[in-house]
Every structure is written in structure tokens, then in C-alpha cells.
Design a protein. Structure first.
Length: 492
């Protein structure tokens, strides 16, 4: 039959062409392309690209292009000669789409990439600006099915602030079988010396970004042994509106989370659990269903619940806080500070802000042993100067522990010896700033009984005002404690 002979002829032709191309590439020295590649990069960026190893081409069902010992030049002011160093770069191309004129990358492999991003004192980044034609249409990006990175290091150095950020990846794998499949992610490494691992799926990212449709995701995140689940979606990827993310987590290392954010001195209150939901858009983000529990009864147990309607502007706030513990003096260990009061304690309050109005701390209740305080505090930012207003009431307030020599003394301090630390000495070299002129304040204080070392005051009713740096006090009832007597408190 004629069609059988045609098929046989086509098969022989294809096999022959494949064999000819394979033989050509096998014996051809592809390293001759090095100057063309490096010259093209220099023309586009103004920087030198060096390929110290050989270029490799393996022509199979998945043709492979590879290069070793690659270096990209850093800015002239950079802290090292190379901005990027890569031990091996490898690309596998899908053959069948290539024969049809379409480029699909089966896999990209990077081994030992070392990337340095830095900013000098003038604020210039070491990223080249490029010299290409800005008006030309961008080329269509090929579909990439798999990316694998092994033993990577990304560092950022800020010459203006002195801040350093370091990301080290043991491995990163991202798999996208086809355009209608979810993206699978598996990452493990350290950020600022803190172990980090992320794995999970991001559902159908290509159709979502191309058409602005919904993009769901389900990720498991582990940071310094703390584990989190992130589940949610973005309704419109065009402007990232319709955000709806729920985060749940638990762990035993809050200092580990602090190191991730560059805060190395956070206290360790113990275990924690958290549930929170973020919704809205990048321009108006809402935090709701917050339920946070930190610590235990051994030192302190803290509960935080509520919502913030506008997280970016810190408006529409309604957050309740409760802290309890068996001994306030023991809780001072969290902050390496000697708290003079002993006994079981309970502190509660509600933080409220409606719209752009002032911040209000309502329903404040504090009890330590037999001492108690109830208060309401308001902070108004709409005045010419911020105004702090507080109403405080106490039935019983024992201030005698404040006169102890170690009251609120930091661990390691030498206050007991009478010697001044270097910090306090340096502060005396500078004139004190007029802090009291920066805001106005009003205080209404009523008490049942106040205990001082040589005095007991009953039924005190005092109001105080701070206006433009001037303090005025009015008292009903017994004489308030003299300022000289209060000056005997070491904590003051």
C-alpha cells in the first residue's frame, strides 16, 4: 500500500535527521558559542559574564544544555568581585513541542548558586539597569515544568542601615506538570540562621494569572520548629483583591520567630497557639477571628482575641487582652527584670479604635495580690498635640515594694554598687529633650488606701493636667504624697 511506504519513508527520514543532528552536536565544539553569549550579556547589562567550565549539549528526547562555573560581575563598588556565582546551570527542553515551534522547559537545575544583593551608602543597588530597548515588546516566556535548586545562598547587605539578610536553601523544588495542574512546592533552608521549611500546592497558577481568576493555595510552613497551616485563595489575581487566608499554628519558640524578623532579644514565654484570618485587598486588609494564646501559668498566660478592620491604617480596632499568672515577681524573669510585687496577678483590657478617632484602652483591670487598679486610657491624635487622658481608680495600692533597692533592676545591672553604667553616663552627656512638651495629658486618680513606707493615705481624689510642658495638680481629701518622698523610690 502506498500509505505504508509513505509512513516508512517518513520514519526513516526522522531517524536520519535525528542521527545527523546528534552526530553534529556530539562532535561540534559548542564552546565556540561562549564569546557570543558573554558578549550578548555584556551588551545588555554592561557587566562581564564568565563561563569557566565547558558548555555541554546532550541531544536526546529531552535535550540538555548545561554550563559550569558561571560568574556574573558585581558593581564596581561592590564588596566582592562577583554578584552571582553558580557551580552548575542545566536546562532540559521538551523535544516534541520544540519540533512544533513551541519552547517548553522540562526542567531547570541550579547547583550551588551564590547571589549577593547589596546597597551602598548612597542607596544604589548592585542590580544592573541594562541597556536594552525599553520600547520593544517582551518575548513570550516559555512554560517551565520543573525548577530545582540545590545548596543556594542569597544575601542582602544594606550599606545605609547596616542590615544583613541571609537565605540559605538546602533545596527548592517547584513542579508544574501542565498548565491546568497546581504548582507543587518543597523548600527547606534557613533565613537569618532560623530553620524554615515550606511545602504544599498553589492551585492552577497559570490560568489564574493569565485570566485574573481565583488562585487557591494550601501551604504547610515550619519556622524554628513552629508549625503553621496557610489555607485560602485570591479571587482576582489581576489586582490581588478578594484575599481570604486563614492561618493556624502552634509552637514552642517565639524567640525563633523573632530571629526571622531580625529581633534577637525576644523573651521566651513558652508555647503558643494562634488562629487568624486575613481578608480584603492589598489596599484594605482586614485581620479578624484572632485567637492567640501564649505561655502557661508557670510564668504568665496571655490571651489575645479580636479584629482590626483596617490593618494598614490601624483603624477599626477591637482587641481584648488577658494576662494571668501565679506570681508577678516570677513573671519578671521573662524580661530579665526584678518586679518588686509578689503574688497572683491578673491584667485585662480592651483596645478600641473606631475609624480615624483616638485609641482607647477600655475596661483595664489589674490585680496583684491584694492590690487592684481599674482604668480607662484614651490617646487622641486629632489635636494639634497628641493628648493622653486616663481615669484610674484603686481600692488598695501598696507602693512600698517600689522602695526596694532592686525594684525593676535589669539582670546584670550594677546599680546596687552605686556605679553608673556606660549607658547612663553617655545619656548625661546630652541635655534632656523636652518630652513633656510633645504631648498634653490629663489624669483623674481616686484611691481607697495607698501604702507608703512612712505614710498611709486614705480616700485620695486627685486630678492632674499636663499642658505645653506645665503640670498642675488639684486634690480633694488628704494631702497627696510629697514629690520629695516619691523621689526616694529607686525605680523613679
Amino acid at each position: 500500500m502506498w500509505w505504508k511506504r509513505l509512513l516508512i519513508g517518513l520514519a526513516i527520514l526522522i531517524v536520519g535527521l535525528y542521527a545527523a543532528i546528534y552526530a553534529f552536536l556530539h562532535f561540534y565544539d559548542v564552546n565556540r558559542f561562549k564569546p557570543r553569549i558573554t558578549n550578548a550579556v555584556r551588551d545588555a547589562t554592561g557587566r562581564q559574564l564568565t563561563i569557566a567550565g565547558d558548555l555541554e549539549i546532550d541531544f536526546g528526547l529531552l535535550p540538555v544544555l548545561a554550563a559550569e562555573n558561571i560568574a556574573f560581575e558585581n558593581a564596581s563598588w561592590g564588596s566582592r568581585p562577583e554578584m552571582i556565582r553558580i557551580k552548575r546551570f542545566q536546562v532540559r527542553v521538551a523535544l516534541l513541542p520544540l519540533l512544533l515551534g513551541k519552547v517548553e522547559i522540562a526542567s531547570i537545575l541550579l547547583i550551588d548558586p551564590d547571589i549577593l544583593l547589596e546597597k551602598n551608602a548612597a542607596g544604589d543597588l548592585n542590580i544592573p539597569a541594562g541597556s536594552g530597548d525599553a520600547g520593544s515588546a517582551p518575548a513570550e516566556s516559555p512554560l517551565v515544568h520543573s525548577i530545582e535548586i540545590q545548596n543556594a545562598r542569597l544575601a542582602f547587605r544594606d550599606g545605609q542601615t547596616g542590615r544583613h539578610l541571609d537565605l540559605e536553601l538546602d533545596h527548592l523544588r517547584a513542579e508544574l506538570p501542565d498548565t491546568d495542574s497546581p504548582l507543587e512546592i518543597d523548600l527547606e533552608g534557613t533565613f537569618n540562621r532560623t530553620p524554615v521549611a515550606i511545602f504544599g500546592t498553589i492551585g492552577r497558577p497559570l490560568p489564574a494569572f493569565l485570566s485574573g481568576r481565583q488562585l487557591p493555595a494550601a501551604l504547610s510552613v515550619e519556622i524554628a520548629g513552629n508549625r503553621f497551616q496557610v489555607v485560602g485563595a485570591v479571587d482576582n489575581t489581576a489586582d490581588f483583591s478578594g484575599l481570604d487566608w486563614k492561618i493556624t499554628g502552634s509552637g514552642d519558640s517565639i524567640p525563633g520567630l523573632g530571629r526571622l524578623a531580625g529581633m534577637d532579644d525576644l523573651p521566651d514565654p513558652g508555647s503558643f497557639t494562634i488562629q487568624v484570618r486575613f481578608s480584603g485587598s492589598p489596599k484594605h486588609l482586614t485581620m479578624s477571628d484572632l485567637n492567640l494564646q501564649i505561655g502557661d501559668r508557670r510564668l504568665a498566660n496571655v490571651f489575645v482575641r479580636g479584629r482590626i478592620g483596617d490593618l494598614l491604617r490601624l483603624q477599626e480596632i477591637d482587641v481584648q487582652v488577658l494576662a494571668t499568672g501565679k506570681d508577678l515577681k516570677q513573671a519578671g524573669k521573662l524580661f530579665a527584670t526584678t518586679i518588686p510585687w509578689q503574688g497572683e496577678f491578673r491584667a485585662a483590657g480592651r483596645l478600641i479604635r473606631s475609624g480615624s478617632q483616638g485609641l482607647r484602652l477600655d475596661d483595664v483591670q489589674l490585680t496583684v495580690g491584694d492590690n487592684d487598679i481599674t482604668a480607662t486610657v484614651e490617646l487622641d491624635f486629632q489635636q494639634e498635640k497628641p493628648r493622653l487622658s486616663a481615669t484610674v481608680h484603686s481600692r488598695r495600692l501598696d507602693l512600698r515594694p517600689l522602695f526596694a533597692a532592686d525594684a525593676f533592676q535589669r539582670a546584670g545591672s550594677d546599680d546596687k554598687t552605686g556605679r553608673k553604667s556606660k549607658t547612663s553616663a553617655s545619656r548625661e552627656d546630652k541635655p534632656p529633650e523636652p518630652i513633656l512638651k510633645r504631648f498634653n495629658a490629663g489624669l483623674q486618680l481616686t484611691t481607697g488606701t495607698i501604702f507608703l513606707p512612712k505614710m498611709i493615705i486614705h480616700e485620695l481624689d486627685t486630678s492632674a493636667r499636663l499642658e505645653n510642658g506645665s503640670i498642675s495638680v488639684q486634690t480633694k481629701g488628704p494631702r497627696p504624697p510629697d514629690l520629695k518622698e516619691l523621689a526616694g523610690i529607686p525605680a523613679l
